[in-house]
Write a protein that binds this ligand. Structure first.
Ligand code: ADP
Length: 447
């Protein structure tokens, strides 16, 4: 087992990894920017190293600084967390070249799945159903028009290096193609330094369903059930739940087993998530995330497995101690992402938290690095807390969440806590009657 892990991340996820390390009796090293001197992950780690100024390109994305920090403190592994460098194959290669273990999948899988066009090719080969779309990169507007004729409108232009919904443009009518194509390419170049785009049929009312995969270095590859993440704004998830209220038992078994066998074919290691859109009883692969996901706590709630600890153990070449049949699912879990954003305009609302009171009780989990007196820096993602409830069933879970939201105080900064409180009263949410467009087109549009 590792003796010291450097956590190359911040916020709730850095804290989450730190907790797993403590339970495995592994020493922790926090790295942080100057804006995060007072952050909880820094306070709780055994050691900490400041790796640069506030801007993430100079700190959390600064590979030489992170490697130097790891060497200085003698860390034998690096956990990249979520976002930042977590899916960066060059980072993983550099870590390896310095004889440090990168806690994540094989470099090949980071590379293959980071290129969404390649990912779709592989998915097709291993038998996953795809969204109809272009065969590969669409080079210019001329080719885009040809693809549209073949696929039919509406279509979605997507960035090959995509992530976080960036570089995506919907085209509803053919006269929109020129502007959409150019702006998708520009956005992709700015966000990822790669302007390759491809085209997919734009599904009109899909739900987002994803399957959690775990694999060890001995060829044991299993699924840990599905999550539904259809409550989205700007292609960003706001609420996630497990299991999905939309699937029948047969559909669940089909997609989970298919995903596990696809990952087994790839000889996948570590944690991964295979994402699908689901419409009219059919699944369509969209991408595979080769890392821990923000929404992993709901899977942990319904399976009782600590998947971050498992991920660390796998990186240290431990065999998974269970088989697929040993993974049992119980109850229902929902996660509300609490962002430092105005609940109506969604404008970021960084600033000082003067009062923080956490919720509690059976089945309530809060993953967060905030505290009374904490100053939310303006430089990073606005996620400040994840509120997770686990109940015997969906209704029980919603009731627990409602009470937890009432108990929680985050003052005076505006946050999406209020939005969640209202959403949980909505009949469509209560009945599980939504798709990926529901929040923006039905709920927010009607306000
Ligand atoms: P990213 O990696 O940028 O997050 P994804 O491919 O995972 O991109 O898609 C993010 C979200 O965008 C999905 O959850 C869904 O809401 C929407 N989306 C993606 N592809 C399609 C599609 N073909 N039709 C309709 N919506 C889509």
């Amino acid at each position: 087992m590792f003796s010291k892990i450097l956590i190359a991340n911040r916020g709730d996820i850095a804290l989450r990894i730190l907790r797993a390390c403590k339970e495995l009796e592994i020493k922790t090293v926090a790295v942080h920017s100057t804006a995060d001197n007072e952050a909880m992950h820094v306070r709780l780690a055994d050691e900490s190293v400041c790796i640069g100024p506030a801007h993430s390109s100079k700190s959390y994305l600064n590979i030489p600084s992170i490697i130097t920090a790891a060497q200085l403190v003698g860390a034998d592994a690096i956990h990249p967390g979520v976002g930042f460098l977590s899916e960066n194959s060059s980072f993983a290669e550099i870590v390896k070249a310095h004889d440090i273990k990168f806690i994540g999948p094989k470099i090949k899988h980071l590379k293959d799945m980071g290129d969404k066009i390649k990912a779709k090719e592989i998915a097709k080969k291993i038998g996953l159903p795809l969204v109809p779309g272009s065969k590969g990169v669409v080079k210019d507007i001329q080719n885009a028009k040809k693809e549209i004729q073949r696929i039919g409108l509406p279509i979605l232009i997507k960035a090959s290096a995509g992530g976080g919904g960036k570089g995506m443009k919907i085209v509803q009518s053919i006269d929109e193609i020129e502007i959409a194509f150019t702006s998708a390419k520009n956005e992709a170049r700015a966000a990822f330094g790669n302007d390759e785009v491809y085209i997919e049929k734009y599904l009109s009312n899909p739900r987002h369903i994803e399957v959690q995969i775990i694999g060890d270095t001995f060829g044991n590859v299993f699924h840990l059930g599905e999550r539904e993440c259809s409550i989205q704004r700007n292609h960003q998830k706001l609420i996630e739940e497990a299991p999905s209220p939309a699937l029948t038992k047969d559909e669940r078994e089909y997609i989970c087993n298919l995903s596990a066998s696809a990952a087994r074919d790839m000889q996948y290691e570590s944690l991964g998530t295979i994402e699908f859109l689901y419409e009219d009883g059919k699944f369509y692969f969209i991408e595979m995330n080769t890392r821990l996901q923000v929404e992993h706590p709901i899977t942990e709630a319904i399976t009782g497995k600590d998947i971050v600890k498992e991920q660390i153990k796998i990186a240290a070449n431990h065999k998974l101690e269970w088989k697929q049949k040993d993974i049992k699912f119980f109850g229902h879990a929902i996660e509300c992402r609490i962002n430092a954003e105005d609940p109506k305009t969604f404008m970021p609302s960084p600033g000082k938290i003067n009062q923080f009171h956490s919720a509690g009780g059976l089945g309530i989990r809060i993953d967060s690095g905030i505290y009374s007196g904490y100053n939310i820096p303006p430089y990073y993602d606005s996620l400040i807390a994840k509120l997770i409830a686990h109940g015997n069933n969906r209704k029980d879970c919603i009731l627990k969440l409602k009470q937890a939201i009432k108990e929680m105080v985050i003052e005076p900064i505006p946050s999406t806590l209020e939005l969640h409180e209202n959403l949980l009263e909505n009949p469509d949410i209560i009945n599980g009657n939504f798709d990926i467009k529901w929040l923006e087109q039905t709920y927010l549009n009607g306000k």
